[in-house]
Ligand binder design. Structure first.
Ligand code: DGL
Length: 263
């Protein structure tokens, strides 16, 4: 038994889709979430810049005595996970491997499309993770950079979001993929819209549930599971009130106001 918290971070509100899955699967765990709202988006930044930002956030979480860090950001998982694992002593997991796992299990025609940020697409992290699991799978990648600000600004139901999604998803439809990975933790916020455009024959997968199961297994195997009722503590590196409102809406629960923390 271990009642230390689990640290979770993303550039902004996207990683809350992962936090929500962790909260549901592991209600006993104390969760600390850091939204790096001063630096969002990570998606168009260089690998060096993303690594530097992710390191600062992860070091802060480590200073909170977390027992595990979840990189709830595909861009940081793709570009900085190895560096974080080398530099910190706390165990760290990312979202790419669980997402690839879920997609390979879901596909019937072995054609998988990955929607992600520029950084995630350029890293080819999903292409590699899928190839490890299924050599003959064909992977089509599409960067959708405007999805992040649409999600951050609560624009997922606006006509502008539909127009942008139609533009991004047209080539994805042509790829004939039967499975589409929402390879950015912000994209599940636009899931309804993406599902409507892609049609019912296409399965949308994200890392949230698979990752939550992997974390649960990790805690059990290492005898690190908590007992009692878990709490959520939020931090944001800028605009904590706006962040708190978005977080409460996404999590569907009333949380304490996010603490402003510059890193
Ligand atoms: N939510 C993040 C991801 O999963 C980052 C989006 C961004 O900041 O560009 O990639």
């Amino acid at each position: 038994m271990n009642n230390q918290p689990i640290g979770v971070f993303d550039s902004g509100i996207g990683g809350l889709t992962i936090l929500r899955a962790l909260r549901k699967a592991l209600p006993n765990e104390h969760l600390i979430y850091f939204g790096d709202t001063a630096n969002v988006p990570y998606g168009g930044k260089s690998k060096a810049a993303v690594t530097q930002l992710a390191l600062k956030v992860a070091r802060f979480l480590e200073s909170c005595q977390v027992k595990l860090i979840v990189v709830a950001c595909n861009t940081a998982s793709a570009q900085a996970l190895t560096a974080l694992q080398k530099k910190l002593s706390v165990p760290i997991v990312g979202v790419i491997e669980p997402g690839a796992d879920a997609a390979v299990k879901a596909t019937q025609n072995h054609k998988i499309a990955v929607l992600g940020t520029q950084g995630t697409v350029e890293s080819r992290a999903y292409v590699k993770a899928i190839a490890k699991r299924c050599k003959h799978a064909k992977v089509f990648q599409q960067a959708c950079p405007l999805f992040v600000p649409l999600a951050e600004e609560g624009f997922s139901n606006k006509p502008a979001a539909k127009l942008i999604a139609q533009e991004y998803l047209q080539p994805v439809k042509k790829s004939r993929a039967d499975t589409v990975i929402l390879g950015c933790t912000h994209y599940p916020i636009l899931k309804k819209l993406i599902a409507k455009i892609m049609g019912p024959q296409v399965t949308l997968v994200d890392s949230a549930d698979t990752l939550a199961r992997a974390v649960s297994l990790f805690l059990q195997t290492h005898h690190l599971a908590a007992i009692g009722r878990g709490r959520v503590k939020l931090y944001a590196s800028d605009a904590p009130d706006k962040f708190t409102r978005s977080a409460q809406k996404l999590l569907g629960e009333k949380t304490a106001r996010a603490t402003l923390k510059k890193v």
